[in-house]
Design a protein. Structure first.
Length: 231
């Protein structure tokens, strides 16, 4: 059975979230008071509804309490966002994810016992600054203020060594989650070859690092940054 989500507020970020959830197989209900924004996404989501999300009665009629999650993205109107969150809590929505614009907004939402707060601008800035400062870090995702999951190009000194020899946890204080590797694939006739990205899965002690491997690691930001200086 497909997961069901509602996205309230169809700005650029909310519309993207709605589209991506649909692409991954979810059934999405898009809600906004702006008919033009609904028209923009109506072909990309399962359902659209025009209503004022601060009004409890029409919101209650949407069955939001039965959703796997409700994403609130009214970033341009924080008062409306707070009122919408309050309505969702009154309805009994179990999982509320809120897109905020600042850490001040995040703190206010935390006081309302909303713990899933997304700060897209801040997270994007963190990812950009990391990629600019540390060229080996291809991408990163902050789990907490201090810990991240990052994709790192394997340093030259890692090539040919096994996971056991590298001993990531002891030497670098990070955990190796998986490895992305480019492999050569041929079509079913064996005539054409192409490069395909594959996931190694859960690396074992005997897994050997190859040139061009991308290591997906988890650890403190300081520890990850130290790995990028390894030659």
């Amino acid at each position: 059975m497909a997961k069901k989500f509602a996205v309230i507020g169809l700005g650029s970020f909310g519309a993207r979230v709605a589209s991506e959830l649909t692409r991954h197989g979810a059934e999405v209900l898009a809600i906004d008071s702006d008919i033009e924004k609904l028209d923009d996404v109506k072909d990309r989501v399962a359902h659209t509804v025009r209503l004022d999300s601060t009004e409890e009665k029409p919101m209650r009629e949407q069955g939001l309490d039965e959703m796997d999650g409700v994403i609130v993205g009214l970033r341009d109107d924080f008062e409306a966002e707070l009122l919408t969150v309050s309505v969702l809590q009154q309805i009994g929505v179990k999982r509320i994810i809120v897109i905020a614009t600042s850490q001040t907004h995040e703190r206010i939402l935390n006081h309302l016992e909303i713990n899933e707060v997304v700060l897209p601008a801040i997270e994007a800035a963190d990812r950009l600054s990391t990629s600019l400062m540390f060229e080996q870090v291809l991408d990163s995702f902050s789990v907490t203020a201090d810990y991240s999951i990052a994709e790192i190009t394997a340093p030259d000194s890692f090539i040919g060594q096994t996971v056991q020899q590298l001993d990531f946890r002891t030497r670098f204080e990070i955990s190796l989650i998986t490895i992305k590797r480019m492999t050569t694939s041929t079509d079913f006739l064996g005539l054409r070859k192409r490069q395909v990205e594959t996931i190694i899965g859960v690396p074992t002690a005997t897994t050997t690092i190859e040139r061009g491997d991308v290591l997906v690691v988890f650890g403190s930001k300081n520890a990850i940054n130290k790995v990028t200086t390894v030659r």
